[in-house]
Write a new protein. Structure first.
Length: 225
């Protein structure tokens, strides 16, 4: 990309992407890895639905607040929104979905997916929460209404507080160890006491005790202090 833009050094290219929106978009498209699907690792989503979400909703009700960090094209936050619908959560129970890539966020807001994104989705959910037309599956408005998409840089932007649930799955794995530890610390600070963080099947929080978390089952951590 340096040669494409006629630059002679990394510094010249860096200065370009700071001020040229087109170059910045292209750089982010190359940098970010947007591979995801609905209900990835379905047994864990069932555990979330049956074991953790009911208690979190009981404690917070209409003030329930979740965050899908690094949401990519939207499959993860919409999966959570579907579970909230299944559990008949109050309409005020919402999901904040963030990503650094504004192009992928536009795709997420559209809520249209190919069949391959639904390979792990129970058939009953597909029939109930999607509309099929023109070769694509569209998320129904009742599900979309629970999700708010927003651009957010995990390494630079401030984190909101008092989340009941944070989903950050198969995102932190791409960061160096020091950045991973800092991100998990900030996630822990963003949870309310008793809140849950749900990580990916390839990820572990090694310093969970130091940041006030406990393991409640594989890939689920609870804030205890």
């Amino acid at each position: 990309m340096i040669r494409k833009w006629g630059k002679k050094s990394y510094q010249d290219y860096f200065e370009l992407i700071l001020k040229d929106e087109k170059a910045q978009k292209e750089f982010l498209d190359r940098l970010t890895i947007n591979v995801t699907e609905f209900f990835r690792n379905p047994d864990k989503w069932e555990e979330l639905k049956n074991k953790y979400l009911p208690q979190l909703l009981k404690e917070s009700g209409s003030k329930f607040k979740a965050w899908s960090a690094g949401c990519s094209s939207g499959e993860e936050p919409y999966s959570l929104a579907i579970l909230l619908e299944e559990l008949k959560a109050p309409l005020g129970a919402k999901v904040l979905a963030t990503d650094i890539d504004i192009n992928i966020l536009d795709k997420a807001r559209r809520g249209a997916y190919e069949e391959r994104s639904l390979v792990s989705t129970p058939k009953k959910y597909i029939e109930k929460y999607f509309e099929y037309r023109d070769g694509l599956y569209y998320v129904k408005p009742t599900v979309k209404a629970r999700v708010m998409f927003k651009r957010h840089n995990l390494l630079q932007d401030p984190f909101e507080k008092n989340f009941d649930l944070i989903l950050c799955r198969n995102v932190v794995i791409y960061f160096e160890m020091k950045a991973k530890e800092e991100l998990y610390r900030k996630f822990a600070e963003s949870l309310r006491k008793g809140g849950i963080i749900f990580v990916g099947s390839t990820e572990r929080i090694f310093n969970y005790r130091q940041i006030g978390l406990e393991v409640v089952s594989p890939f689920f951590y609870k804030k205890v202090k």
